[in-house]
Design a protein around this ligand. Structure first.
Ligand SMILES: *Cc1c(COP(=O)(O)O)cnc(C)c1O
Length: 391
């Protein structure tokens, strides 16, 4: 596939490979190993002269390699590696590239935070945390020493947008590498590598999978950088299962279609909530009134399906609204076809100190929505009745 193809086409055709029967869609290679006619053929694969299948944990299984080709093309990357989960991808990358120190810019996913705050330091990996758009803080941290800078944009749950190109140029000046968690945006809405990042990471459990029925992760970037990462994946045994790879490749077919509709629904819902008398504030970079809108318009092709809002009446009111939902489900996770709601203080940010929540701009009044693919009218009606029937 050439790189001037549209994402809609790449999502369907990239990574296609013919089989002996001319199957229109490659079958699942539900096998742990592959056999060879003779030792010479086996050594050709083992010694890298021929990129054939070999052993599934190595990722050398056509169901995995064809998925990775598709994922790489969607990110306009040289290569991609598929993992058993988003956290497998993130932890592997941190171990492979973060041993010189990791700087985290802005708010990050709870699991990544736990890994960087509590676990990585026990291995002697120094981690630093700096504010999202304070470049002086970032430079100071880089001067102290780091080999990897990690950020997430838009962030969870306040949908804060970080300038990827700017952070990339500062990071590279200090000879570190930049990894961007692109889970919320997906390659349809944002291309971190084109903006200067070295690695684009996603929890494929979310929009890439898109149906809340698989757990997987992906890292894309330069082929050479990924071959070192692959050694870690192989040794830690974090490779995606062949069955999951096959399912994920199928999900990618509709990724551009789905994300387009998520974008459209979320904007409609954000506009609806913004004028609602029971709503205090809406966080969505697609709103023209959002302070993040100018930067988001510059680096994103769409604004995504995630939004948050504060209801009037605080914590108790937010809980009541959530408990009043009829269509919208109360569940963590995101990126599926169904609209999901959470109150961050009871899920992703549960038990965090008050001061930390305040500085992150998260209160009990906040509800996060993963806007699904249902009809916009049905989602708005459910929000409206839940907001109005409180108290
Ligand atoms: C869910 C999520 C992860 C972790 O992904 P898993 O597949 O659950 O391991 C990482 N980053 C972000 C932004 C996420 O939403």
């Amino acid at each position: 596939m050439s790189d001037n193809k549209d994402l809609a086409t790449l999502a369907i055709h990239a990574g296609d490979h013919a089989d002996a029967f001319g199957a229109a869609v490659a079958p699942l290679y539900d096998t742990t190993t592959f056999s060879f006619a003779n030792t010479e053929d086996l050594l050709d694969v083992v010694e890298g002269r021929h990129h054939g299948p070999l052993y599934t944990r190595y990722g050398m299984n056509p169901s995995i390699t064809s998925l990775e080709k598709r994922l790489a093309e969607l990110d306009a990357a040289e290569a991609a590696l598929a993992y058993a989960s988003g956290m497998a991808a993130i932890s592997s990358l941190c171990l492979a590239y973060g041993r010189g120190g990791i700087i985290c810019v802005g708010h990050i996913y709870g699991g990544t935070n736990t890994f960087l705050q509590d676990l990585a330091p026990t291995l002697g990996i120094k981690t630093q945390f700096v504010d999202a758009n304070d470049h002086n803080q970032l430079e100071k941290a880089l001067k102290k020493g780091a080999s990897l800078v990690f950020l997430e944009t838009p962030s969870n749950p306040t949908l804060q947008v970080i300038d990827i190109a700017r952070v990339a140029s500062i990071t590279h000046y200090y000879q570190a590498k930049l990894a961007v968690d692109n889970t919320f945006a997906t390659p349809v809405n944002q291309q971190p590598l084109a903006l200067g990042a070295d690695f684009s990471i996603q929890s494929a459990t979310k929009y890439l999978g898109g149906h809340s029925d698989l757990t997987a992760g992906v890292v894309s970037g330069k082929a050479k950088a990924l071959s070192m990462l692959n050694a870690w994946r192989k040794s830690l045994g974090q490779t995606i299962a062949a069955e999951t790879a096959h399912k994920l490749k199928r999900s990618l077919v509709t990724l551009p279609l789905r994300v387009g509709k998520h974008n459209q629904n979320a904007l409609t819902i954000a506009e609806f909530l913004q004028q609602h008398p029971k709503v205090e504030k809406v966080y969505y970079p697609g709103l023209k009134t959002s302070p993040d809108h100018p930067l988001a318009s510059q680096q994103m092709q769409g604004f995504g399906g995630m939004l948050s809002f504060d209801v009037k009446g605080g914590d108790a009111a937010a809980r009541q609204v959530i408990d009043n939902f009829k269509l919208i489900k109360l569940a963590p996770s995101l990126g599926g076809a169904e609209t999901l709601a959470t109150q961050p203080i009871t899920t992703s940010h549960y038990g965090l100190p008050e001061a930390l929540l305040n500085s992150a701009g998260i209160s009990g009044a906040m509800i996060r929505l993963s806007v699904g693919l249902e009809s916009e009218t049905d989602i708005t009606e459910d929000l409206d009745q839940a907001l109005l029937s409180k108290i």
